[in-house]
Design a protein around this ligand. Sequence first.
Ligand code: FE
Length: 345
Amino acid sequence: MIKKKVFILLFVFFLATFSFYFLEAKTENELNIYSGRKSFLIEPLIDEFKKNNKNIKVNIVTGKSDEFIERLKLEGKNTKADILLTTDVARLTRAKNNNLFKKISSKILKNNIPSKYRSKDDDWFGLSVRARPIIYSKDRIKINELKSYEDLAGEKWRGRVCMRSSNNVYNQSLIAFMIINLGEKKTKKWLDNLVKNFARKPYGGDRDQIKAIASGQCDITVANTYYLANMLTSKNLKDQEAAKKVSIFWPNQDDFGVHINLSGAGVIKNSKNTNNAILFLEFLSSKKAQQIYTKKINEYSIRTGVIPSETVKEFGKFNADNSNLGEIGKKIKSAIYLASKYNWK
Ligand code: FE
């Protein structure tokens, strides 16, 4: 009888200890992601990560990067977030300037990501490249009429340019890129004339500019290539038809190259799962993950040797901006100021 009681006691003790250990392990081995990228873009990557990291529970919250930055500032030490993923370098710089990121020393990240695609202070890392070239009407523009971003401000384009709002960070980064390459004085002139060339008030996203060209509202725009690639491969036949009416022009091939931006991430300063966060970032920079970025999302890889998707391959090769992209983040404030000064709504 006594033996039986001892056995039960031991069993209960063992169960309690084990389940405590198990629960502890369960709550500790997490990875919490704040993602400015939509979840359908990130989920294939998380699924692949989980294959080799079954013990890590990955939680993802999606939303707007700027709101996450505000939230992280408020949450401070109490935050559960380990990683912030964003779709552009301006937000990475903003998070960095708000002291939200932790410095990470990882040989894998350094080897996989060229230095121009990561922070000089090792606190944010580019994970995919997005190009923002000129997109034009195949019917109404001949390729030899096209030159450069500067040329879009020329008088021959009066009433022919469609642009999305300058409230959008992609165009803020484009203006910052122009400030870096032309200087402020020339960029002011460029903005002043470019806005005069607008065919309509800025409206909609990148896809809407392409659709506006297809429907004849305007002839030319600047947009990210993955939008065009996604339209060309879309199940929506109207989108597909619109996309077929435009073509890509790679501007500034002999000087400062095509404006590019980065999606990227940083590890949160108050992260409680830093090792998991580093592991995930290292995975995102791997060849396997990079192939998901190019194939599923139609972006360009940060790595050489990872080929673009079939659709993107058709767009051809180009010379891209070769400077450290962190510089763009530093000019965003001036870009926003100039956009409003010259009435780019
Ligand atoms: Fe986008």
